[in-house]
Design a protein around this ligand. Structure first.
Ligand SMILES: [Zn+2]
Length: 209
């Protein structure tokens, strides 16, 4: 099946759950990304979920959309809450969503070794985008799912392809990072320190969700 057809079927599935079509980032439809607190998914809490490119969704909508997930990634917020990130497509769904979620949660504390190439694997890209949520420029809230993945320390300068050296930057801010005088470091995975050419410093820390 063509990717465009899969995206359209996914859009139809999302529409039937939430009742209207997500606008998407820049109007581009693609696989949909849902973020939902674990406790909400498990029915122990009623915090809202987030459908990227659409906005907040109610706990019931989030739980319903979660049944459409084809892959799962889990992250932990700075305050220790586990957030589940589901990719919604028409691709095959796990037979056992609970097992898939348990596996994703188990992987939170596992730090995989650096990958050999420049381009991150699908799994690494999914982890970094789920962790970042939005472009990691200090003033930007564009979705990480429509952003590039930038090597904070450039790959051609020895920067590894790892969670700790990748961050989501949307295209304009990706280019801005390369401007003379702009310096960006990643002191901890997901935390970026920007120093501008005027000497101002901005610390971007992981979102609480
Ligand atoms: Zn940006």
């Amino acid at each position: 099946m063509l990717e465009a057809e899969q995206e359209e079927q996914a859009a139809t599935a999302v529409d039937s759950t939430i009742g209207s079509a997500p606008a998407g980032d820049g109007g581009i439809r693609r696989a949909f990304q849902l973020a939902v607190p674990y406790d909400t998914w498990a029915g122990n809490d009623e915090r809202a979920g987030l459908l990227h490119g659409y906005g907040p969704v109610t706990p019931d909508q989030a739980r319903q959309l979660a049944t459409l997930a084809s892959t799962w990634v889990a992250t932990r917020t700075p305050h220790g809450h586990i957030i589940l990130h589901a990719k919604i497509t028409t691709l095959a769904k796990p037979r056992d969503q609970q097992m898939a979620i348990r596996t994703a949660i188990h992987a939170i504390d596992i730090t995989p070794p650096p990958e050999p190439g420049y381009r991150p694997s699908t799994a690494l890209a999914a982890r970094v985008r789920a962790r970042d949520g939005t472009c990691r420029n200090p003033i930007c809230n564009r979705s990480a799912y429509s952003s590039d993945l930038d090597h904070t320390r450039p790959h051609h300068h020895g920067g590894p392809t790892t969670d700790a050296n990748l961050a989501a930057l949307h295209r304009r801010h990706h280019k801005m990072k390369s401007l003379p005088g702009t310096h960006v470091t990643q002191p901890r995975p997901g935390t970026l320190l920007w120093r501008t050419r005027t000497g101002d410093c901005y610390l971007v820390t992981p979102d609480e969700f």
